[in-house]
Ligand binder design. Structure first.
Ligand code: ADP
Ligand code: YYY
Length: 239
């Protein structure tokens, strides 16, 4: 016997969603789908091909033809090329909001996200519950996963953290990866996060919003291990 368990993780930028989702997926033997990486990959393709991000129709065509895959935990492929690092730069996030609010792009990516969540990939080994039932599933993170993509997910978590904590963490991350733009400061990153959160919260299609049945988790004063364990406990409580 095998049961499907889908975990939807949403929240504002740099709150800790993807770090938590990836580690949780690893612990549970679940698949991990980074929906934000899909919007980032479409943005990268538009910039690389010189498509204006405000050209609604051309951007939709780009999204429609982009082949986005997650070949292993935490890696992203666009049209057969590894773009895991290329999609994490400030150039991408500075251009992403018009793409994330394009209804055609959202419709295309939403279809792909739903089918990925139902793929039941053999690589997702899952875990044995009470020595009998096999639990298999997926962790998906983004902005609209609990509200629009997987409204019937078995567990929904809304991750938040204080703005200055998020900005500092993102700064440290970019610095560590040598991806900081010239002269980029913590303040500039804080402004980007604020602007993006505002755009994500106020757009007409699938805005960032806590689902009514989501559990809020504030990671400001937690370690990564603590936040992963907190969600893991919620999974066992639900089973
Ligand atoms: N509890 C934590 N303590 C310290 N750093 C954290 C914590 N949670 C996440 N981070 C770091 O903060 C940064 C942003 O986290 P990330 O998971 O990318 O957020 P999101 O997916 O919400 O944008 C990453 O560099 C991550 O390693
Ligand atoms: N399900 C999703 C996931 C991401 N997005 C958009 C909105 C976000 O500002 C960007 C980037 O998201 P991502 O989670 O990769 O990046 P940040 O953590 O915000 O830096 O993509 C979205 O609109 N819907």
């Amino acid at each position: 016997m095998s049961r499907l368990f889908r975990i939807a993780i949403d929240g504002p930028a740099a709150s800790g969603k993807s770090t938590t989702a990836k580690l949780l997926a690893k612990k549970l033997g679940f698949g991990y789908i980074d929906s934000g990486a899909m919007y980032r990959a479409v943005t990268l393709k538009c910039l690389d091909q010189g498509v204006p991000i405000t050209d609604t129709q051309k951007v939709q065509d780009i999204a429609h033809h982009a082949k986005i895959r997650f070949p292993s935990l935490g890696t992203v492929e666009l049209d057969g090329k590894d773009v895991s690092t290329a999609i994490r730069t400030s150039r991408i996030v500075q251009n992403i909001s018009p793409i994330a609010s394009n209804p055609g792009v959202r419709a295309t990516l939403a279809n792909q996200q739903r089918s990925l969540a139902h793929a039941n990939d053999p690589a997702w080994s899952g875990f044995k519950h009470k020595n009998t039932e096999k639990i298999r599933g997926v962790v998906m993170d983004g902005r609209d996963i609990g509200t629009v993509i997987l409204p019937d997910a078995e567990l929904k978590v809304f991750i938040v953290a204080e703005p200055h904590v998020r900005a500092q963490r993102r700064y440290d991350e970019l610095k560590e990866k040598n991806s900081l733009a010239q002269g980029e400061t913590v303040e500039a990153i804080a402004q980007d996060l604020e602007a993006r959160d505002e755009a994500d919260r106020t757009r007409k299609v699938s805005p960032l919003k806590k689902a009514k049945d989501a559990i809020e988790l504030d990671t400001s004063h937690k370690t990564i291990d603590e936040q992963v364990s907190a969600i893991e406990k919620l999974v066992y409580d639900r089973l």
